[in-house]
Design a binder for this molecule. Structure first.
Ligand code: NI
Length: 468
């Protein structure tokens, strides 16, 4: 019995000891597990430190765009949650730019969360969600839009966009300069249009000072854009131009509207009636010219008629006439007309010696300069008589005419207009003389007709500038 008892007691002892060992083991394991949990929790705080890499689950799937995959990174740390969706393209330069943005966004989020928790001594759970969209344009370009939504607690919400536009075959990244053909004039036009749209849509929410800065015509201000459904969308950060409540402002401008300022590869075939700049009005132009003056009565009458129709003309003056009627010459200039040299006393230059031609031109230049303070800008030879030698002696444009009114011959005010009508064309240079009363009297009918026909009256130099 005793033996049995002792056996039993040995059994009990064994059971007791094993129970103790088991319990101790359980306790040790439990403690170690609890400790590990605790340790993990501190690791959580430590991993919330942006300098420590947070491991994430990575999933890769195909997108509906050939060659482009969608990467999804999900945080496995429940206190620092995030989900990052972004494309992976066949191009390293594109991927690098995307990856930099993704990593920076994650770093900034973790830093902000870490700082906030350090400061407030409480643990808040934030969230970071990056989603992406891909858009194709013209079978040539891909636009990737990355939307970043983050919060550090339930009360804060930030959103921002980043974009990358690249050629789908070469992977070349499109910068705003290429979009606008590297034309700062175009950038200026775009900046004004974007500002106007922001004013229209976000009116009362705008911060005017920030708006002017954010839409100043500098390339980097327009670097976030995407081509979506035949429009170009420009993105601004939350709080950049408007109050935070409105989120990230965007401006969408149809490509057909932007066509005139876009580089040709980005232009749409669809044409719009309304565009960002009105095409330069191609008005027909005519240059009226008056020779042999100035004349005290006729020239003044002509100046008054021209003024009535807001017409600018060119007066080819003789040096000897300018000497006689300096006040008239000055009046011609003060009314905005152009002055040409028509020699001193109207000789046929082709029959003059080189020194005579030089004197005719230079002496008249000097007289005109002395009277009006400027040298003549154009020259017309008397009788239209010129040759290569004469031309070579003159260093301003030598101007002939395309329509001769024969006003010097018929001296009839009623014959001036028919002579103009007979040969009228865009870019015409009309020859008249401001020394015949009949010309001054017939001029108004010519101006009325030309104006009705849609002609603009320009000086000879303006016409030349137009043609070059
Ligand atoms: Ni003449």
């Amino acid at each position: 019995m005793r033996h049995r008892k002792s056996n039993r007691s040995a059994m009990i002892d064994f059971l007791l000891i094993s129970s103790i060992i088991t319990l101790t083991a359980i306790i040790i394991i439990t403690i170690s597990i609890t400790g590990q949990f605790k340790f993990q929790k501190t690791t959580v705080a430590a991993t919330a430190n942006p300098n420590v890499e947070i491991p994430s689950l990575i999933d890769i799937t195909d997108s509906s765009f050939p060659g482009i995959e969608i990467v999804t990174e999900t945080s496995i740390n429940s206190l620092v949650p995030y989900t990052l969706h972004y494309p992976k393209t066949p191009f390293d330069s594109v991927n690098e730019q995307i990856k930099t943005y993704i990593n920076d966004s994650r770093y900034n989020y973790i830093t902000a969360l870490h700082n906030r928790n350090e400061k407030n001594k409480v643990k808040t759970i934030g969230n970071l969600n990056i989603t992406s969209e891909i858009h194709e344009y013209n079978d040539q370009f891909y636009s990737i839009v990355l939307k970043n939504e983050s919060s550090l607690n339930r009360l804060t919400y930030e959103e921002s966009f980043n974009t990358i536009v690249f050629h789908k075959d070469t992977g070349n990244i499109v910068h705003p300069r290429e979009l606008l053909n590297d034309d700062v004039g175009h950038l200026d036009v775009l900046a004004k249009a974007v500002r106007a749209e922001l004013l229209r849509y976000y009116n009362s929410s705008l911060n005017e000072g920030n708006l002017a800065n954010a839409t100043s015509p500098r390339w980097e201000k327009f670097s976030r854009f995407a081509i979506i459904d035949n429009s170009i969308v420009f993105y601004f950060n939350q709080g950049e131009v408007a109050v935070k409540d409105v989120g990230s402002p965007t401006v969408t401008l149809p490509i057909s509207y932007l066509n005139p300022i876009l580089a040709s590869v980005f232009q749409s075939e669809e044409k719009s009636e309304v565009t960002i700049v009105t095409p330069k009005e191609n008005k027909k132009k005519v240059a009226l010219t008056f020779d042999d003056g100035p004349h005290p009565k006729v020239t003044m009458q002509i100046l008054n008629t021209l003024e009535k129709y807001d017409a600018k003309a060119t007066f080819f003056m003789l040096g000897k006439q300018v000497e006689k009627h300096t006040d008239i010459a000055k009046e011609v200039v003060s009314r905005g007309h152009e002055i040409g040299n028509h020699t001193y006393n109207h000789p046929e230059l082709t029959k003059q010696s080189t020194s005579q031609v030089q004197w005719q031109v230079d002496h008249t230049d000097q007289i005109i300069f002395d009277v009006i303070g400027e040298y003549p800008t154009v020259f017309r030879p008397p009788y239209g008589a010129k040759n290569q030698h004469v031309d070579s002696l003159i260093d301003v444009p030598v101007i002939m005419w395309t329509i001769d009114t024969y006003d010097w011959k018929h001296r009839d005010p009623n014959k001036l207009l028919p002579a103009v009508k007979a040969n009228l064309h865009d870019g015409a240079i009309i020859l008249m003389h401001d020394i015949h009363q009949s010309t001054a009297d017939g001029l108004e009918s010519v101006l009325i007709y030309l104006q009705q026909e849609g002609y603009e009256f320009v000086t000879v130099s303006e016409l030349l500038a137009e043609q070059n």
